[in-house]
Design a protein around this ligand. Sequence first.
Ligand SMILES: [Zn+2]
Length: 448
Amino acid sequence: MRKKHSAVPFVWEAGEICYDEYRQVNRMREKIHQWIRDHAEEIIALGDELFVHPELGFKEFETGRILKEFMEKYQLKVEREYAVTGFSVSIGQGSPHIGIIAELDAIPTPKHPCADPISKAAHACGHSTQQVIALAALCAIKENCRDLKGKITLFFTPAEEFTDLEYRKELRKEGKIRYLSGKENMLYEHLLDDVDCILHFHAMGSSDCRFSVNSVLSGFTYKKITFEGRAAHAAAAPDRGINALNECTLFLNAVALLRETFRDEDVVRVHGIIDEGGQTVNSIPDKVVYECYVRSVNPDVVLDLNRKLSNAAECCAKALGGSCIIEDTPGYLPLHQSKELNEVVYENMLYFTEAKNIKWNEISAAAGDVGDICMFKPIIQYGYGGFTGRIHGEDLFVSDREEVYLVQSELVADIVADLLSHPEKVKKIKESFTPKMTYEEYLNYLNQ
Ligand SMILES: [Zn+2]
């Protein structure tokens, strides 16, 4: 068993509670941890099974089946189903009400050894580990903390990765979803309305720290540009064609030249792929499709830069005699976390490691639809280690099963138990939070 960093938890050092309560908190902690260690084999087996069953967003049917089978063993029932493959499970009742979010989907990573041969999906973002951590923590609390008052809801959320969009647009046409990501649909359905605060956590790739707290994530707009030209024989009559690939090349040069205007503090990224680069080598391409994300931690920069890119695309196409069609889809909003909730998380982390192994306030160019939730609720997403390789890379694997599946489950259970046994902490978290937009403003933003 891994040695705990300190036998004396933060609460005692901070002098916030009396000795009896300190002993009670510690007894509960020990019971939770013991339960997780006693069930280590099945928790790790669940993690191994889920890691080799990667599925893309809104297609996580097998993932859901595996999780529900595990839930049944502990008499946990699905409370609500939503957004095609999403479902929630609750224990307890009343207040405080703590939400936990675990993402269900995988990401296309064709070279990953565990990639699905047909969909190419792999758990290169480590979402399968979130599912195990959250569920094991919930089971540990259910079995060991019967005296705690309040409610916990675990939301298994589909489709975090913004990918496979044509399929999602079909689902939208069929009326099965309203928006393209899982959490956008959950917000639309008001599923989080009666939750006081929300815990979320995400794998880090190989890293020099053990945990990362209170980082800022970027927001983005998804942009698709179809450059249009005119086909002609590529060797015999290029003068009679209009080359859509040249239009796209000119545009990409304009984007490269704009890069000197990006300010470091805005953490700007424009990254894209050419989906369709032409039709046949011996004809001038008359259609080229380019798609990209425009990202920044500053939402105003995303809007402004997006306008500049539209302008550049139109002008570059026109300069060569062609035209273009631009389709913009709002992506995710930047994540700004609840500092007060992160302080509770941090205090619980100190039970497992020294402060120097916990990184604070990182600014990341990555994005997630948790960013949308932070507009309405106090939410956090901390990072946890135990992996090798690069996030979204073909080499991303769990390297330390004990750290990922057992220690993290213990930590999440500790945090939840801490919040439920100290409603005043939840009160402080709620009181220091102000919603950043109304639902109406949010839906207007999504519908633009
Ligand atoms: Zn992810």
